[in-house]
Design a protein around this ligand. Structure first.
Ligand code: SAM
Length: 279
């Protein structure tokens, strides 16, 4: 994506930027993109990220290990025989995206990307423009309205709910509060799945320096979504109706690592990860 135009405020906008974007507020997708070194972000997102980074420099590493967990979870679920993936809160499908990893194992894997951020959806459509529509769909929808996802025609045209599907909610449920019934939402997805389906979740948590993430959240004060930290027990309840795969609920880099963890990675315990299988 190199073509850009000049926006109303003089900033450079990629050509795929949809018209009605609120660029006065930071968005989680674009803060995360900035932390990962991407270009799909605006000044307000970079400012929010920088405020948070000053309080918690580990955030960059957390974004990186979280993205790596997504890849490992998809690979393990694909190797376990799952060929269908519903990636909710997908972010932009950059290198190592769900489809890319799943298709290394099953070249005909089907993937639906869901995100509520209009920029993510627009960019995803541009990036995946050449994809087979029978195997890939992009849906702009809110995880807090599970029925709009579970009943969506384009989701059903790509995914067969009578066969196992891996639902990925990676670094998204911490944007859903208890008042919005984060656990009930996860349960609705699990209920809709056939036996043998998978659920992969990662989520922000306190970590070894309690209070640090809480302080860094202040960087999100002007953002569209607030971050909710949950403890291990609260996180584990997202897997009700599934059986957790080994090693159970662990810190994010510790879920079936594909290399010996570095000292830095061992310190990145500000989040939980787990993968369950519906029996
Ligand atoms: C931290 S990023 C994670 C992206 C990707 N899942 C990963 O782990 O690499 C969180 C994503 O969740 C999306 N998101 C946040 N709240 C959401 C909601 N209520 N419904 C759908 N997507 C949401 C954001 O737009 C963003 O793309």
């Amino acid at each position: 994506m190199t073509d850009e135009s000049i926006g109303d405020d003089g900033s450079r906008l990629p050509e795929w930027t949809p018209p009605a974007i609120d660029r006065g507020k930071a968005h989680p997708a674009r803060i995360y993109d900035y932390l990962l070194g991407g270009k799909d972000n605006f000044e307000v997102d970079r400012e929010a990220a920088e405020v948070a980074l000053k309080l918690m420099p580990e955030l960059r590493g957390m974004a990186r290990v979280n993205r790596a967990f997504l890849g490992r979870a998809v690979r393990h679920l694909a190797e376990a025989g799952i060929t269908q993936f519903l990636d909710i809160g997908s972010g932009t499908p950059g290198p190592g995206n769900t489809g890319e990893v799943a298709r290394r194992v099953h070249p005909d894997a089907s993937v639906v990307y869901v995100d509520y951020d209009p920029i993510v959806s627009a960019h995803s459509r541009a990036m995946l423009a050449g994809a087979d529509p029978a195997r890939t769909a992009i849906l702009q929808a809110d995880v807090r309205e599970p029925k709009t996802i579970l009943d969506n025609g384009s989701v059903h045209s790509v995914l067969d709910f009578d066969r196992p599907i891996a639902v990925l909610m990676v670094a998204v449920l911490h944007f859903v509060s208890d008042d919005e019934d984060a656990h009930g939402i996860a349960a609705q997805f699990v209920d809709a799945l056939a036996p043998g389906s998978g659920l992969a979740v990662s989520h922000a948590a306190e970590g070894h320096e309690p209070g640090k993430f809480g302080a860094a959240r202040k960087g999100w004060n002007n953002a569209t979504s607030q971050l909710v930290l949950r403890d291990r027990e609260e996180f584990g309840r997202f897997f009700i109706g599934t059986e957790l795969l080994e090693p159970g609920v662990v810190f994010i880099p510790g879920w079936r690592p594909d290399h010996e963890l570095t000292a830095e990675e061992r310190g990145l315990d500000y989040g939980h990860a787990g993968v369950g299988i519906k029996r």
